[in-house]
Design a protein around this ligand. Structure first.
Ligand SMILES: Cc1cc2nc3c(=O)[nH]c(=O)nc-3n(C[C@H](O)[C@H](O)[C@H](O)COP(=O)(O)OP(=O)(O)OC[C@H]3O[C@@H](n4cnc5c(N)ncnc54)[C@H](O)[C@@H]3O)c2cc1C
Length: 394
């Protein structure tokens, strides 16, 4: 006999588990299906194993979407404070790092365990290592054919995430299913991803590999003041990951080194105060020494004291750094991207419930929707908030 549930959720990740707990607490019978061996694998590896689970400054402006208003409703009804209150119930300690980013004191696994406990206590049925073969709309809801049987449900929630990190089982399943049901899917791209450089630029910057320094990275409409890391493949670090979500192939990224300092004025001042000082020593007051060495060598500046360098030479040197424009060759792609930009078109979804407007009973939540957060806990906050919204309605 085919087992009947009120709700079937495909995907036991951040959004799917939140949705399951909320729906089951309303008395709905819920089955969660995942093809992975364990639930919440991305939670477990996130934030360097400590999970940057939310951001206290979360607001709709921290998200990219074709419709910047879409996320407002769900985000307003489930806030970072709501998630913090949930952690408190389970005694999970946390701390704030920089820029409002909240991390577990202990391990990200505590958050996975919290959801597993909450799902068990609410009576959610969790089936792992289970492959969905087909989904069909019926008069009563949905028929879901599994590799090892079949289930039917009144509501079907798709929470299978995006395409990032295929090694962890990311499949892009939600996009295919959305299209099967006639929903539009906006262009998908890797986001929060390191950028690669062409061989010429790479060899030019080879001496800088492994070096991090604060920059203002600008791409498209995004501008971020954070650390940038030179790598053997190109550029990474939070500033670049953030900018990557706004970057498009064939366009430049502007890197403003020392964005809040007038370097030319500072070097002229240093020359006035201590003209015997070497240019490199003066520069190293403002920049990491390795970077300062590279700047001096790259500009072929003579190894002279400041007093022997005309002001215009100091000004020309400072001008080389502001802004440093680079045209990335590409990105590292889904292999290392933290998120997938784009996805199920919000135009086809109800922003209060995440239900498909043309397919009653079908919901899309989490990363598979065309709502993508900045780096810093915003993507989990969207997963919690959208999962919560659907959990109240499905
Ligand atoms: C390395 C890394 C670190 C990250 N760190 C952070 C962080 O610190 N803070 C933050 O806010 N965000 C972080 N993110 C982003 C965050 O993990 C995601 O945005 C979030 O997990 C999305 O939640 P989701 O529930 O939509 O999808 P997921 O968490 O990806 O869950 C999807 C689930 O669906 C299952 N699934 C997929 N396809 C199928 C299928 N066909 N059949 C059955 N099941 C399927 C998967 O196995 C998975 O369990 C990080 C991402 C990565 C890759």
């Amino acid at each position: 006999m085919v087992k009947q549930h009120d709700i079937v959720i495909i995907g036991a990740g951040a959004a799917g588990m939140m949705c399951a707990v909320e729906a089951a607490r309303r008395g709905r019978s819920v089955l969660v299906i995942d093809h992975a061996k364990a639930p919440g694998e991305k939670i477990r590896i996130s934030g360097g194993g400590r999970c940057n689970f939310t951001n206290i400054h979360c607001s709709p402006k921290n998200f990219l979407s074709d419709n910047p208003h879409f996320a407002k409703s769900a985000l307003a009804r489930y806030t970072p404070q709501d998630f913090i209150a949930r952690l408190a119930v389970h005694g999970i300690a946390w701390h704030e790092k920089t820029l409002g980013q909240l991390f577990c004191d202990g391990s990200a696994r505590q958050i996975v365990d919290m959801f597993v406990t909450d799902m068990r206590e609410a009576g959610v049925d969790l089936r792992l290592s289970t492959v969905v073969e087909a989904v069909e709309k019926t008069d009563a809801g949905f028929a879901i054919r599994l590799a090892d049987g079949a289930v039917v449900a009144q509501s079907l929630v798709i929470a299978t995430g995006g395409k990032s990190i295929p090694k962890m089982g990311a499949t892009g399943y939600a996009y295919r299913l959305a299209e099967e049901f006639g929903l539009n899917v906006t262009e998908t791209r890797p986001g929060l991803v390191p950028l690669t450089l062409d061989p010429v630029r790479l060899s030019e910057w080879a001496p800088l590999a492994g070096l991090a320094l604060p920059v203002r990275a600008k791409a498209g409409k995004g501008a971020f003041d954070e650390a940038m890391l030179f790598t053997h493949r190109g550029l990474s670090g939070p500033a670049i990951l953030q900018a990557s979500s706004y970057w498009r192939e064939g366009t430049d990224v502007a890197l403003d080194i020392l964005p809040d300092l007038d370097l030319a004025a500072s070097l002229r001042q240093a020359k006035k105060q201590n003209g015997r000082q070497a240019l490199l020593t003066a520069l190293a007051d403002f920049l990491p020494r390795r970077f300062a060495e590279w700047v001096v060598a790259d500009a072929a500046m003579p190894p002279k004291p400041l007093a022997d360098l005309p002001d215009r030479a100091l000004e020309a040197l400072a001008a080389r750094l502001r802004p440093l424009t680079v045209r990335p060759a590409g990105s590292e792609g889904y292999r290392t991207a933290e998120v997938t930009l784009g996805g199920v078109d919000t135009g086809g979804l109800d922003s209060r419930t995440l239900e498909a407007m043309t397919v009653p009973g079908l919901f899309f939540i989490g990363e598979c929707v065309d709502v993508t957060g900045w780096l810093g806990g915003y993507n989990f906050q969207w997963a919690w908030a959208s999962g919560h919204a659907a959990g109240q309605a499905a």
